[in-house]
Design a protein around this ligand. Structure first.
Ligand code: AMP
Ligand code: MG
Length: 432
């Protein structure tokens, strides 16, 4: 049977970044920058004051108590009209351009305020003090943000500071989601006997969005070949197609046949998620994910998420892996990799601890709700013992919110550094 790493390599083979598109900054959060952003000019564009105070010649203040004539007032957005000479200064506000002749700023708190038109400066001012020099933050022509970075608040602020109203980002791959099964019903519709509500559709759509893709809801297909074909036709406008269910060995499992032309694999040596297929439909990569809810989400995480991330042009499409100490044993036989659902928390020793979710069943969503990560036990591994250090693929970082010490606020150290004064994230703790 194919190893998981081989399946991942096959899934990524030939996947390239999608074309770029221009979007306004206000819609660009979490998008991937498609071209390196170069600073069109120095930032700040001119020398300016970092303080409200007086722009002066530092050499004038050597005596430690200096009187200077106030020539003018320069506000942020204003233009200096006078040159500062020895014995003179200009009242200046934060962000206002430094006048010619001045080489430093004294903050207003270190003066008598200069209301009379003459200001008394206390102390010796150093050249350059409280001056923000042009180009100090960013130099013209500098590659400030490289292609491939994910845009967060700081990056968007930087682009705006450089004057860009919009930005070239990678197109988000449209990812079609089709559930299959005569028993599968969308939530909101009544269930007949033997039927279940589809959990995979909405969960996959959420994972697609989180990965940076754009989910396309394609409904539910029945377990007959003609009905399945008709439903698959609804998926053809997407860049990537996902189906769930109908991919194992049951009588109604039709996906393997539907993918038979471009089939790359239909079984992977992993648990959960052994029945998972990759083929091509309408020229688009098509994953037949398992119907079991946990297997469905775990195989998405291993195989589909990296493909979406690669389509976004991200050079590292994989989820982060950390080390953690197991708090309870995990039973496993060699021959298949095991991805065990685990809750993560930081122990008193500072290390991350991994506690296996109570249900490891591939049909039990509760195990997935509990999980912050997947403990990775490789194909050849046997049982893992409590106390063992294992690798964990992180699914979500909420364990950092639960971590103590994990909060900081002024004075907290003095009160109860790790104790009851830290706010607790109630809803997270309710589940376990
Ligand atoms: P299958 O691979 O089609 O045999 O499905 C395996 C199991 O997953 C069965 O118990 C199905 O009822 C269940 N299943 C299939 N599709 C979904 C879905 N969209 N949401 C939740 N469970 C599903
Ligand atoms: Mg089925």
């Amino acid at each position: 049977m194919l190893r998981l790493d081989e399946a991942v390599a096959l899934a990524l083979k030939g996947v390239t970044a999608l074309p770029a598109e221009r979007v306004g900054l206000e819609r660009a959060l979490a998008r991937v920058l498609a071209e390196t952003a170069q600073a069109p000019r120095d930032l700040p564009p001119w020398d300016n004051s970092a303080m409200d105070g007086f722009a002066l010649q530092a050499a004038d203040t050597a005596s430690g108590l200096t009187q200077l004539t106030v020539l003018e007032t320069i506000l942020a957005g204003g233009v200096p009209r006078q040159t500062v000479t020895s014995g003179a200064c200009a009242r200046i506000m934060t962000g206002a351009p430094l006048p010619a002749g001045a080489d430093a700023v004294v903050m207003v708190e270190d003066t008598d305020g200069g209301a009379s038109g003459v200001v008394t400066v206390r102390g010796v001012v150093q050249p350059g003090q409280h001056v923000r020099y042009s180009g100090e933050d960013v130099r013209a022509g500098e590659p400030v943000l490289r292609a491939g970075v994910t845009l967060g608040a700081a990056e968007l602020g930087m682009l705006a500071a450089m004057g860009f109203p919009s930005v070239m980002v990678r197109q988000r791959p449209r990812v079609a989601v089709l559930s299959t099964g005569d028993e599968v019903v969308e939530p909101g519709f009544p269930l007949g006997f033997g039927q279940i509500w589809s959990s995979n559709t909405v969960a996959l759509m959420a994972m697609i969005t989180e990965a940076g893709g754009e989910p396309v809801h394609c409904g539910v297909a029945p377990d007959d070949a003609a009905g399945l074909q008709a439903a698959l036709a609804r998926c053809q406008n997407a860049e990537l197609i996902l189906t769930t269910g109908g991919v194992s060995m049951g009588e109604a499992d039709l996906m393997k046949a539907a993918l038979s032309d471009g089939l790359r694999f239909h079984k992977v040596a992993v648990q959960p998620g052994k029945p998972v297929a990759l083929g091509r439909l309408f020229g688009k990569p098509t994953f037949g994910l398992p119907g079991n809810p946990v297997s469905c989400l775990v195989t998405f995480q291993q195989l589909v998420r990296p493909v979406i991330r690669a389509m976004l042009g991200l050079s590292r499409p994989f989820s982060p892996v950390i080390e953690a100490v197991l708090t309870a044993p995990i039973r496993k036989r060699p021959g298949r990799a095991l991805l065990a659902r685990a809750r993560l928390h930081r122990g008193d020793d500072g290390a991350v601890h991994a506690t296996p979710a109570r249900s490891q069943s591939s049909g039990a969503m509760s195990g997935m709700v509990e999980a912050d990560g997947l403990v990775i036990l490789p194909l050849e591994a046997g049982d893992a013992a409590a106390g063992e250090t294992v690798r964990v693929q992180v699914l979500r970082w909420r364990f950092m919110d639960r971590a103590e010490p994990g909060y900081w606020r002024e004075g907290a150290e003095a009160e109860a550094p790790y104790g009851s004064s830290a706010p607790s994230s109630g809803e997270d703790d309710a589940c376990c």
